[in-house]
Design a protein around this ligand. Structure first.
Ligand code: ADP
Ligand code: GLC
Length: 488
């Protein structure tokens, strides 16, 4: 039997991306298709989504719901891999320029509850036959934006008496929960008793993520370590109690790398392509990056790169405090990011204080992100917490050694260049344990020391580049999760 799965998410690369969620939703469905699963995606009809799909055609009128006016379900195809993408067409909700979640002054849109309730509700409509030609066996909801899908599946089951399609809730980041004041519950069109501790209620609010965690048959998150961390009080963001009760239903499945996009031997966006066996082009990428960002041209300067959302999560305040330690040792720093105004200012000030040694570009730039991942010697991901993290995986593929805090998916993917790990031929980067200045500075020092031992450095770079984090392993694990609940 071909398993049919409907992924429900707010972003999908290359249509629309603000972070790693988009990369996952862009790569997992085609990897699943390779294994014989019929994986499709449901997205809100944001302008970039509508503009990027071929052969968009109407599938069904879904009526006037949530005050969105007439809502239509449409279906298109995403080239080049041919994944079928359903779109919720509700222009009053989604036809807005810029960031999909925030208005021009960076505040969440006031109607985000209804905008994303509609997404979950539309998923449940597809699961109950809205497309006469296709019905999923599984609904796979990603993050809070899709968190109400499992709740609507239960509600529709109760209304119709027909058994529900089971669902999987994947947590990409527990820090974003989609919580709204209690009075918003009324607009969601869920049964009254769903507003309960055994339901969508969370400390007197409505929580979309909690709804998904409560009503989905299975829960997954994006690394084994994060799956354990979120069940602790310290890192459970208030949801650890619920997650502990569901411990047996939780799987930590590590994200992968889409090597069609992130591969230095085939990447058409970088200055010069290279491989682990023939790495010479990497130095050209470094020179091009230094030139592009206004850094002093020097192959000797150890170049640290950052590509990141600028948020508290990413630990870039710690990075800022360690910049003198990089610069005094003759190192350089290239940063691409956008986000919190305070961090943006901190970065700009650092660049102004160290011209030629620290360069910062504020904004979202896919091409420059590849240039930094390829051209850096070290890619820094000093996150406070990190569900999986993708940039350190991309860095490995490009032979740019990750320097990371040992947390979440970073702990699962980077092996520290300790003497033992070097001797055992396991090292792939620099890992620090304690999230403080001493911790990151010690790791920076070790990066410089490793670089001065050329043979060790080259061996670690080669090992980094030959790690395999392809999506097939994750696709197989998700297949097991689906198999479990379809058989139930
Ligand atoms: P998160 O999802 O928490 O932001 P990940 O490491 O999982 O972190 O994924 C981040 C993704 O977003 C990567 O593909 C990274 O290259 C990309 N990215 C982050 N910031 C930028 C930016 N300013 N410009 C371009 N790409 C970015
Ligand atoms: C989230 C997490 C990140 C993860 C990404 C994709 O944005 O912050 O760690 O890699 O989702 O799962």
């Amino acid at each position: 039997m071909t398993v049919c799965v409907l992924h429900v998410a707010a972003e999908m690369y290359p249509l629309l991306k603000t972070g790693g969620l988009a990369d996952v939703v862009g790569a997992l469905p085609p990897a699943q298709s390779q294994l014989g699963t019929d994986a499709r995606v449901l997205l809100p009809g944001f302008p970039a989504v509508l503009g990027g799909l071929a052969d968009l055609e109407p599938v069904a009128d879904l009526g006037a719901v949530f005050g969105a006016g007439a809502v239509r379900l449409e279906r298109g195809v995403l080239a080049p891999h041919g994944v079928v993408v359903y779109v919720v067409r509700a222009d009053a909700f989604y036809d807005r320029p810029g960031n999909p979640y925030l208005d021009a002054s960076h505040h969440p849109y006031a109607d985000n509850d209804r905008r994303f309730a509609l997404l979950g509700w539309a998923a449940a409509r597809i699961a109950t036959g809205a497309d006469p030609g296709w019905t999923p066996h599984i609904v796979h909801a990603h993050d809070w934006h899709a968190g109400l899908a499992p709740a609507y599946l239960r509600a529709f089951e109760r209304q119709s008496g027909r058994p529900r399609v089971p669902s999987v809730m994947t947590v990409h980041n527990l820090a974003y929960q989609g919580t709204f004041a209690a009075e918003h519950f009324g607009v969601l069109q869920l049964p009254h008793d769903f507003y309960s501790i055994d339901g969508v209620e969370f400390y007197g609010h409505v929580s979309f993520l909690k709804a998904g965690l409560f009503y989905a048959e299975r829960i997954t998150t994006v690394s084994p370590t994060y799956a354990r961390e979120i069940q602790t009080q310290a890192q459970g963001a208030g949801l650890h109690g619920l997650l502990q009760t569901r411990s047996h239903d939780i799987s930590g499945i590590l994200n992968g790398v889409d090597y069609a996009i992130w591969n230095p031997s085939a990447d058409t966006t970088i200055d010069t392509r290279y491989t682990a066996a023939k790495p010479a082009g990497k130095a050209k990428c470094k020179a091009a990056l230094q030139e592009r960002m206004g850094l002093a041209k020097s192959d000797d300067a150890l170049l640290f790169g950052v590509v990141s959302r600028l948020t508290e999560q990413k630990g870039l305040d710690l990075l800022l405090s360690s910049i003198p330690d990089i610069v005094q040792r003759g190192g350089q720093l290239a940063v691409l990011g956008t986000g919190d105004p305070a961090l943006e200012t901190g970065m700009k000030n650092a660049a102004a204080a160290h011209p030629g040694a620290v360069a910062v570009e504020l904004g979202f730039d896919e091409t420059l992100s590849h240039a930094i991942i390829a051209g850096s010697d070290i890619v820094m991901v000093p996150s406070r917490f990190e569900p999986c993290g993708l940039t350190q995986l991309y860095a490995l593929a490009y032979g740019s050694l990750p320097l990371v805090h040992r947390v979440g998916g970073l702990a699962d993917t980077v092996v520290d260049a300790s003497l033992e790990n070097l001797a055992d031929q396991l090292a792939t980067g620099c890992v620090f344990e304690t999230f403080d200045r001493d911790g990151i500075v010690a790791a920076i020092r070790r990066a410089f020391a490793l670089r001065s031992r050329r043979t060790d450095w080259k061996a670690v770079v080669r090992r980094a580049m030959t790690q395999n984090f392809g999506w097939e392993a994750a696709a197989l694990r998700y297949g097991e999760v689906y198999g479990d609940i379809v058989r139930r």
